[in-house]
Design a protein around this ligand. Sequence first.
Ligand code: NAD
Length: 320
Amino acid sequence: MLVVPERLIADLVSPEDAFAAVEAVFAAMASGGAYNFPVVREALGEGRQYGFKSGLDRVGALLGVKSGGYFPGNGERGIPNHQSTVFLFDPDSGQLKATVGGNLLTALRTAAASAISIDRLARRDAKVLGMVGAGHQSAFQMRAAARVRPFDKVLGWNHHPEMLPRLAETAAELGLPFEAVSLEDLGAQADVIVTITSSNAPTLRDGHIRPGTHLACMGTDTKGKQEVEAALLARARVFTDEVAQSVSIGEAQHAIAAGLIREADITPVGAVINGTAPGRQSDDEVTLFDGTGVGLQDLAAAQVAVTRAVERGLAVEVAL
Ligand code: NAD
């Protein structure tokens, strides 16, 4: 078994690597060559969450699981609150092949997913990026979005305004002007909006969003979370990483429960990548990507880390 520790990931996996790996796995999922197993997520008490995301990709020869969760209070231990590790198995024999640090990989593969949606679904002439959310993931999201469209401005809003400097600093790093604005102004000006919060109630309303906007809703990955008003999903063309997760733990759970959309109204973005479903069909339509985060994204990104680590002689071999 190979071990690729967390501290090596930043040098081994680039955002471009993550984008390519996630795009390939979304395509495999949509063509039926890959599927995710049901997500296990348990509350451990005292705010701790723990779970597993796993799947099989016959096309990419991936089998494995990401195990991890959220452990508030880790700041006192000097480690991040989000903790995850990816285990890769040989899909033929079931033998454990690699153990890979999963914290940075999670951020890279999540940002890659929204960037893929922007690349495939946003208007080509999109110029203004709106960010709702200013937590750990937000910087990764902004950087990935800026790789797929030549934005000339970033607007930001956050429930906790004291966190907004993170967005300003990331925009500065990208050489883009940044403005903290109201949700009304953000919706009125943004061509692309990324939401990445742990909100339990809608922040963005249908009325905030102008025609032609693309939204990548990335924060809702659990039952009960919600970032945008359900009516917005009824107006938009809705895309997702995986329909089964979208309707159960994603943003679409609320629009489905309210009878505003049907499961059949949701398109896997992999089908757009494969050319079997249309992407954006007019400059006026609102497109919305419900990014729920699938295990196969983690396995694909971890496989890149293993391949690079082996190429560079950095993987630690442990006898089983
Ligand atoms: P974080 O704790 O660093 O930041 C949380 C963000 O949510 C901040 O912007 C905070 O201001 C905001 N927020 C908190 N409570 C809120 C409320 N009541 N209303 C509105 N906003 C609120 O978290 P992070 O690591 O940046 O992750 C953000 C979200 O993304 C989490 O919900 C996480 O579970 C989710 N996530 C999704 C995926 C995926 O694949 N879809 C992957 C990783 C993380």
